[in-house]
Ligand binder design. Structure first.
Ligand code: NAP
Length: 514
């Protein structure tokens, strides 16, 4: 970590920007955002970096999720680091282990591993202006000039509050805690939930299990996944002509943002096109009208995160699969009892019940200016300025923070834009010798109010569904304008939205909060 020059006159440590030294930067999390942050910060000249990772590996969601069938329904040539395009992707939509290997390789190739403290969860972050005091699980305390939260969004599994869950005598686990020691072959498997995760699992394991019981509370719309395996020839072409990889990256980027992004944020024609494809998919794959009716949502496609999957309908229509739509009354030692009084006997119970999407960096305790607690400030409805910064939390930046564009886009691509924005802030601090920088409360409120006014026009709010996008405020926690607007804005930071604090000891700086 960077040593700070002591200001003998005042007794306080002189700030990095004033002394022309490197800022010490702590990054929390070594998933894809953490890896990208290290590489891009170094490219920009910031080299005093320490990454804190709670586990023993990089990869984040790709390390954590190891369920059968795990894949990414965003095309790999776009779901890639822009600085590490990969000619060797084996499929258009890569499987989980291959993405995890890519994360590990990128971290190794770019020298990221050497700055990571593994098995070191961050428990507390306290602002001691202008630095942050960081405490780890083993009680170690360090001070940093800058903190980046790169903890990802969906990492706290939701265990459903269903009566009798603890009484189940078979094997039971959440999808993000898959127990590979539990055999599936020939066994009676039950899965609660029908989101993206469940669809991939059901598609992957139904053939080998004895009975597959899917407990559906709400049907989800599904669009076919145009999967394809890349030939050795095609990989060779990619390797020989690297520019082609960039062209394809940009093609997917533009196509998804312009079409899917527009459809979800107000373009009714594009939205209808998506729904038509989903309906055709269902009609083509599910002949039985009763089953088809059960699988047909009563809300607009893309209201919940749209599922791209071609394996689910063939699996759910197979002889050993049951789609159970009666509500779950309770879980009993031998299986699940539904509202019709039937007990569905199970050997294995899989909870595909999703994640707490309002957590972000929590449960790490983050305390900002004047003792402001982040968890209390958010109170179940996390908000940020431009998804990266929070008033009252200077020099603290979030990658993939609240209200960013999320659903069905390449989060790697979005993270990289956010990291570029954060680097602009650091450059501003360096160039103007600032002690600290934080969004103004008024700018934060204006930005979030503008988003709240726009939210009703999005399919997430108007499409007639409930989803993990909604937080305690009762509105979807997503960027409600077309995502290209967000990405463009991130290239052009408006510093007038920020408190530019040149001297932390200057009491007048609080006036600029408003
Ligand atoms: P999810 O979309 O939140 O789905 C959770 C499912 O569990 C829903 O069907 C929900 O029903 C059901 N559920 C929750 N509590 C229940 C209860 N008490 N009783 C009965 N059913 C209950 O979670 P997920 O499938 O893990 O996916 C989360 C997100 O991860 C995705 O939306 C996506 O962003 C990401 N993901 C991405 C990929 C990819 O390929 N890129 C793959 C997997 C996941 P309701 O619908 O009725 O609420």
């Amino acid at each position: 970590m960077n040593m700070h020059v002591n200001d003998m006159a005042s007794g306080k440590q002189a700030n990095w920007a004033k002394t022309g030294t490197q800022p010490s930067i702590a990054i929390v999390g070594a998933g894809m955002s953490g890896i990208a942050a290290v590489v891009k910060l170094r490219e920009a000249g910031y080299t005093d970096i320490t990454v804190y990772e709670k586990t023993d590996k990089v990869g984040g969601t790709w390390r954590e999720n190891q369920y059968p069938g795990l894949s990414c329904d965003v095309p790999s040539r776009w779901y890639s680091f822009s600085f590490a395009l990969n000619p060797d992707w084996t499929h258009r939509f890569s499987y989980g282990p291959e993405i995890q290997a890519y994360m590990e390789k990128t971290a190794k190739d770019f020298g990221v591993l050497e700055v990571i403290k593994f098995n070191t969860p961050v428990t507390d972050l306290t602002y001691e202006g202008p630095q942050w005091c960081l405490t780890t699980g083993d009680g170690d305390v360090q001070h940093y000039d800058i903190v980046l939260s790169a903890t990802g969004i969906l990492h706290q599994p939701v265990i459903p509050n269903i009566e009798g869950l603890d009484t189940f005598e078979g094997a039971k686990f959440h999808t993000a805690r898959w127990d590979h020691t539990v055999p599936l072959e020939g066994r009676k498997v039950g899965i609660i939930g029908t989101g993206s995760t469940s669809a991939q699992i059901v598609g992957a394991i139904t053939k080998k299990v004895g009975t597959m019981n899917v407990f559906q509370r709400t049907p989800h719309w599904m669009i076919p996944l145009p999967q394809t395996e890349y030939s050795a020839f095609w990989k060779g072409v990619m390797r020989t002509v690297p520019a082609l990889q960039k062209i394809i990256y940009n093609f997917y980027f533009k196509t998804m943002v312009k079409n899917f992004g527009a459809a979800t944020t107000g373009d009714q024609k594009k939205l209808q096109d998506i729904q038509d494809v989903c309906i055709k998919h269902l009609e083509d794959e599910v002949a039985d009208p009763v089953l088809r009716a059960k699988l047909t949502p009563d809300y607009q496609a893309a209201c919940k995160r749209l599922i791209f999957c071609s394996d689910y309908y063939p699996a759910i229509t197979s002889d050993n699969a049951n789609l159970i739509t009666e509500g779950i009354t309770r879980i009993v030692p031998t299986g699940i009892e539904t509202d019709d009084g039937k007990v569905h006997e199970l050997d294995v119970l899989v909870l595909a019940t999703g994640f707490d999407a309002a957590a972000f960096i929590l449960p790490t305790k983050v305390t900002g200016e004047n003792g402001r607690d982040l968890g209390e400030a958010w109170d179940g409805s996390p908000r940020a300025h431009r998804a990266v910064a929070i008033p009252g939390f200077p020099n603290f930046w979030m990658v993939e923070g609240p209200t960013g564009p999320v659903g069905n886009l390449s989060l790697i691509s979005i993270s990289e834009h956010q990291i570029d924005y954060i680097i602009s802030m650091l450059n501003k601090m360096r160039d103007e010798k600032l002690d600290a920088i934080a969004p103004k409360q008024v700018s934060f409120e204006a930005y979030n109010n503008e988003m709240s006014e726009r939210v009703p026009e999005t399919v997430w709010a108007s499409g007639g569904c409930d989803s993990w996008y909604f937080d305690k405020s009762g509105t979807p926690n997503l960027y409600p304008f077309p995502p290209d607007q967000y990405l463009n804005d991130m290239h052009d930071p408006h510093f007038s939205e920020y408190r530019l604090i040149s001297d932390i000891s200057d009491e007048d700086q609080m006036e600029s909060v408003a």
